[in-house]
Design a protein around this ligand. Structure first.
Ligand code: HSE
Length: 405
C-alpha cells in the first residue's frame, strides 16, 4: 500500500480525492499496489456525508512526520505556505505533485534540485494546461528536438470569456462571474484577466524547453480587459478571432516571450479552441508542428493530471526523474525586436495618408454598420518601430497584435 496526503480540499484537492476514489481499481492495477489517501489537510468544515471527513487532518506536522506518507499533493495555490511545506516534504524524501503554477514558476528550479538531492520527485503536470499532458511531452517526448516555438491558449477563464463575448455577444462581467461559478477562475480573477496566470504558465514551459530559469517578471504581459465588442466585430470582419496567447519563440538564438491578446486567422491551429479549452502549439526543429488540446481548468481535468503525477511518483519511488530546469537565468530578448503585424482602430478623422506615410501599405478595415472610426492592419514590423510610429497618432482606440504565423 502507498500512502498519500493532499494539502488543500478546494476545487482541485477535492477533485484529486474523487479521481483516486473513483478510479481506485484501475490506478492500483497500473501501479501494482493500492494507492490510499491517508490524510487531507484543510481547516474548513465539510458536510457530514462528505467522505473526506474520514481522513481530514488539521495539522501539517502530522503529515510531514508520518513515515508512511510517501506522496504529498500540494493544491493550496499561492507561494506560502506551499513553498515551505513542499520544501519540508521533499527534504524528508516525500515526492510532491502540485498544480500550483505560482509555486512552480517562482521556485521550480530549486524544488526540482531539492527533490533530486533527496531521491524524490517534484512533479507539476497540472500547473500548465489543466488536464492537458504538456509538461511530460516537453520534458520527455521532445527531448531530441530543439524547440523553436511554444504558443498557447493557457488560461481557461479568459478563453471562456472571449468565446462567450464573440459567439453570444455576452457582457465581460457576466461571463467572468459564470467562469468563477464553474471553478475556472483564480481566487483573485485579475490573475486570469490581466494575463498573470498565462504569464506564469508560459514562463514554466519556456524554462522547461530551454532548461534554464525564465523569470515571469521579465515577460511582457497584457490581459484582455481592454478588448471590446468593437474589437471582436473587426476581428470577425477580418475572418480572425481574438485569443489571449502566451508565446515564446527562439529566433536567431534569442528567446522572446510575451503574453497578450492576439488576432489569429482560421488557418492557425489555435483558431477553433473555444470555451474553457486550452491548447498548446509547439514547434520542434525535427518534429515540426504539434498541438496539445484539452480542458485547461476545472476540478476533474486538473485533478486527473495531478493524480497521473501521483502514479508517476509511485512508479519511481526512491529514484529521481531527470527534469532539466537549472537555476541559471535565461535572459530573454528585448520584445522591441519581436515582430508582429498590428491591428489598430483609429477615429474616423485620422487621415489615411498619415497612416500610410507612417506604416506604408496597410489594409484598411471598416464595418458595415456606421461607426465613427476605422481600422488598419500593418505589415509585419518590429514592436519598437510600431510603438515609435503610433505615438504620433492622437486618437487610437485600440491596438491588437496579429500572430505572425
Ligand atoms: N484560472 C486558471 C484558468 C485555472 O482559468 O485557466 C487553471 O490554471
Amino acid at each position: 500500500m502507498i500512502n498519500a496526503a493532499i494539502l488543500g480540499y478546494g476545487t482541485v484537492g477535492s477533485g484529486v480525492f474523487e479521481v483516486i476514489r473513483t478510479n481506485q481499481k484501475s490506478i492500483s492495477k497500473r501501479i501494482g499496489k493500492e494507492l490510499r489517501v491517508k490524510y487531507v489537510l484543510d481547516k474548513k468544515e465539510f458536510p457530514a456525508d462528505d467522505p473526506v471527513n474520514e481522513v481530514l487532518c488539521r495539522n501539517f506536522e502530522t503529515i510531514v512526520n508520518d513515515p508512511e506518507i510517501s506522496i504529498v499533493v500540494e493544491v493550496l495555490g499561492g507561494v506560502e505556505p506551499s513553498y515551505t511545506w513542499v520544501s519540508e516534504c521533499l527534504k524528508r524524501g516525500k515526492s510532491v505533485c502540485t498544480s500550483n503554477k505560482e509555486l512552480v514558476a517562482k521556485h521550480g528550479a530549486e524544488l526540482i534540485a531539492l527533490a533530486k538531492e533527496n531521491d524524490a520527485n517534484f512533479l507539476f503536470e497540472a500547473s500548465v494546461g489543466g488536464g492537458i499532458p504538456i509538461i511530460r511531452p516537453i520534458n520527455e517526448s521532445l527531448s531530441a528536438d530543439e524547440i523553436t516555438e511554444i504558443t498557447g491558449i493557457l488560461n481557461g477563464t479568459t478563453n471562456y470569456i472571449l468565446t462567450k463575448m464573440s459567439d453570444e455577444g455576452l457582457d465581460f462581467d457576466a461571463v467572468l462571474k459564470e467562469a468563477q461559478e464553474k471553478g475556472y477562475a483564480e481566487l483573485h480573477p485579475e490573475a486570469d484577466v490581466e494575463g498573470y496566470d498565462a504569464c506564469r504558465k508560459i514562463a514554466i514551459l519556456t524554462s522547461l524547453a530551454y532548461g534554464q530559469q525564465v523569470d515571469y517578471e521579465d515577460i511582457y504581459t497584457e490581459g484582455i480587459t481592454k478588448i471590446t465588442d468593437a474589437d471582436i466585430k473587426y476581428a470577425k470582419a477580418l475572418n480572425k478571432s481574438i485569443k489571449l496567447l502566451g508565446t515564446s519563440c527562439k529566433i536567431d538564438g534569442q528567446v522572446y516571450a510575451m503574453v497578450c491578446p492576439m488576432m489569429i486567422g482560421k488557418d492557425h491551429p489555435l483558431y477553433s479552441v473555444k470555451d474553457v479549452f486550452n491548447a498548446v502549439f509547439v514547434n520542434g526543429n525535427m518534429v515540426d508542428d504539434l498541438m496539445f488540446y484539452g480542458r485547461g481548468a476545472g476540478k476533474l481535468p486538473t485533478a486527473s493530471a495531478v493524480a497521473a503525477d501521483m502514479v508517476e511518483a509511485v512508479r519511481h519511488l526512491g529514484r529521481s526523474l531527470p527534469i532539466i530546469w537549472g537555476s541559471e537565468k535565461l535572459e530573454l530578448g528585448n520584445i522591441g525586436d519581436f515582430k508582429h503585424a498590428f491591428f489598430v482602430r483609429v477615429s474616423a478623422d485620422t487621415p489615411k495618408e498619415a497612416v500610410e506615410k507612417a506604416f506604408g501599405n496597410v489594409k484598411i478595415v471598416t464595418l458595415e454598420e456606421k461607426t465613427d472610426e476605422y481600422a488598419f492592419v500593418t505589415s509585419i514590423i518590429k514592436e519598437k518601430d510600431f510603438q515609435k510610429k503610433i505615438k504620433d497618432f492622437k486618437s487610437v482606440n485600440s491596438v491588437i497584435r496579429l500572430n505572425a504565423k
